[in-house]
Ligand binder design. Structure first.
Ligand code: HEC
Length: 115
């Protein structure tokens, strides 16, 4: 389900995840294994990329402790839905580690407010 929109100048982001993930956040539970959060990133109303986080039980162990974001893995998909291959995604994890206290996700408040 769609749960948030961010507009900043020429950039617009549309955020989506499953109903089950939203319910878990509202109930103060961890988002279930298999949860995918997708953010569509538009530049001047043209789709620029999809940035995606997915959690699966047991994922994340290949990363060093400083760059580990729990069981979440990150990916960037091009508008044609092919995966971006020339990225290590360390940068994604490094920034998202700042949200460790809320399961490495920035937009939990928006999830709590989602209808
Ligand atoms: C410099 C910090 C930073 C980096 C680097 C970064 N993000 Fe984020 N990410 C954010 C912020 C802040 C948000 C909340 C939405 C917003 O304010 O734009 C967010 C939101 C997200 C979301 C929606 C779920 C959530 O956490 O709210 C996904 C999915 C996501 N980012 C994936 C990625 C991926 C994939 C990469 C690397 C290609 C990445 N991010 C790199 C800061 C970052």
């Amino acid at each position: 389900m769609h749960y948030a929109t961010f507009n900043r100048g020429g950039t617009r982001e549309e955020l989506f995840t499953s109903r089950e993930a939203i319910e878990a956040v509202k109930n103060g539970q961890p988002m279930p294994s298999g949860t995918v959060i997708t953010m569509e990133d538009y530049r001047n109303d043209e789709l620029y990329r999809y940035v995606v986080m997915e959690r699966r039980a047991g994922w994340g162990t290949r990363h060093s402790p400083e760059l580990r974001t729990g069981e979440w893995e990150f990916q960037w998909f091009n508008p044609d839905r092919t995966a971006k291959t020339d990225e290590s995604f360390d940068r994604c994890r490094s920034c998202h580690t700042s949200q460790a206290s809320q399961d490495f996700v920035f937009t939990v408040d928006q999830m709590r407010r989602a209808k």
